[in-house]
Design a protein. Structure first.
Length: 416
């Protein structure tokens, strides 16, 4: 594989306008904490969408929540773009596919299995929930359920996005090899093709050219992942020329509120894909150049670290609450706010428990065993030789994953 030439980084003076990076970061790439903070905001939009779809608010409160969070399903696009960016930024020059896949499994699978177990218990103890078949359970456990529409939201509904991520992980070794062979122009062309693919898929989906929605189909979401990877590659090459953080955020917000004018489902992705594709590298450049960034605040970063676990557990919390609150209770503003705050607090507390009790220790355990085997395989004569520190992952985002993605408005997994 070819890699970007390493140069001694120089930090140019901050200036207004569109910041650019004029150097390729060294092998030990700096962290990008703003991306972690942004990931929390995307997860919060997903939570707000599900609160809306579960009908916690009626009347004026319901209209306000619908206005603010009705487009929260487009968080899926942000997470997939972010996934491509983070994996490309943190890719190790001589990494092998099996090593990469092992790290990805260690990153997402433990929390997936725990929340899957919780969803199974809920399905077999609640009369409100349908019991999954053995095939549905197996497909969900293997992250294959999103490939077939009838199964895409079985058990823990939001896990469908992990099935998409699993497909991205499978394709990433080939993608990073391609990106390293392409120059800046070739990478830019690939990004343009990715945007065009999103537009074509959205048009075809809106006109019902398919016998199923492409919203949850992993192959249909690949262009967003590739676009995120392209933007990371351009930043690495010092050829990113996008707008600054404030302008990019404004474009992303405008696109977000344009979603209400688009057909529901995948078609709405067109409204936000460009704004998100500009916002992510703009936040990365702000971190690299030390420019101001709200998303870099320590509390935002900490919440971003919890965002994957929060995403994976929050819908199960909302589902469990229906046994007490009923379906679509349509509370007034004050009662709805109190109930939402309580559900949020429970989901956040459980996400902290998942992160500290499952995600982090399981990842350390799974990766430590491999590291120990490699250490035992080192010849004794090599132990006295100086050892180069391992190349860090380089990004403060703990994996791309949400990673959590909402169901489109009206989807049964969204509580409609």
């Amino acid at each position: 594989m070819t890699t970007a030439t390493t140069r001694t980084p120089r930090t140019p003076p901050a200036r207004s306008g569109a910041p650019t990076v004029r150097h390729s970061p060294p092998a030990g790439r700096p962290s990008l904490p703003s991306l972690t903070g942004l990931r929390w905001m995307a997860a919060l939009l997903v939570f707000g969408l599900h609160v809306h779809n579960f009908g916690y608010f009626g009347g004026t409160g319901g209209r306000l929540v619908a206005w603010g969070f009705g487009a929260g399903a487009n968080g899926v696009s942000f997470f997939f773009l972010l996934s491509g960016f983070v994996l490309t930024w943190s890719a190790r020059p001589r990494d092998r596919a099996l090593a990469f896949w092992r790290r990805r499994v260690a990153r997402v699978y433990p929390v997936h299995l725990v929340t899957l177990a919780v969803a199974l218990v809920m399905a077999y103890t609640s009369a409100r929930l349908a019991r999954p078949t053995a095939h549905q359970t197996l497909a969900n456990a293997l992250l294959l359920h999103s490939w077939w529409r009838p199964w895409w939201q079985t058990l823990n509904p939001v896990s469908w996005s992990l099935a998409c991520e699993a497909f991205f992980y499978a394709a990433f070794p080939a993608l990073i090899l391609l990106l390293r062979r392409l120059g800046p122009r070739g990478s830019t062309a690939l990004g343009g093709l990715s945007v065009a693919a999103v537009v074509v898929l959205a048009w075809a989906d809106a006109h019902h050219w398919w016998d199923r929605s492409v919203y949850s189909f992993p192959a249909a979401r690949l262009p967003e992942f590739v676009l995120g990877a392209v933007t990371a590659r351009l930043v690495l090459l010092g050829r990113w020329r996008g707008p600054g953080l404030e302008a990019s955020l404004a474009l992303a917000v405008i696109g977000y509120f344009l979603v209400a004018q688009a057909p529901p489902g995948y078609s709405a992705t067109v409204c936000t894909v460009v704004g998100f594709a500009l916002l992510i590298p703009a936040a990365a450049v702000a971190d690299l150049r030390g420019l101001p960034s709200l998303w870099r605040h320590p509390r935002m970063v900490r919440l971003g670290e919890l965002s994957f676990a929060f995403y994976m557990i929050h819908l199960l919390v909302l589902r469990a609450a229906t046994s007490v609150l009923g379906a679509k209770p349509r509370f007034g503003v004050l009662t709805g706010a109190a109930v939402t705050t309580a559900a949020f607090a429970v989901a956040l507390a459980l996400s902290w428990a998942l992160y500290e009790g499952v995600e982090r220790p399981a990842r350390r355990l799974l990766l430590r065993r491999r590291s120990a085997r490699r250490a035992r395989a080192v010849p004794a004569s090599a132990e006295a030789a100086p050892v180069r520190p391992p190349e860090p992952e380089g990004v403060a985002v703990p994996g791309p994953q949400p990673e959590g993605v909402a169901a489109p408005p009206g989807g049964h997994g969204a509580g409609a």
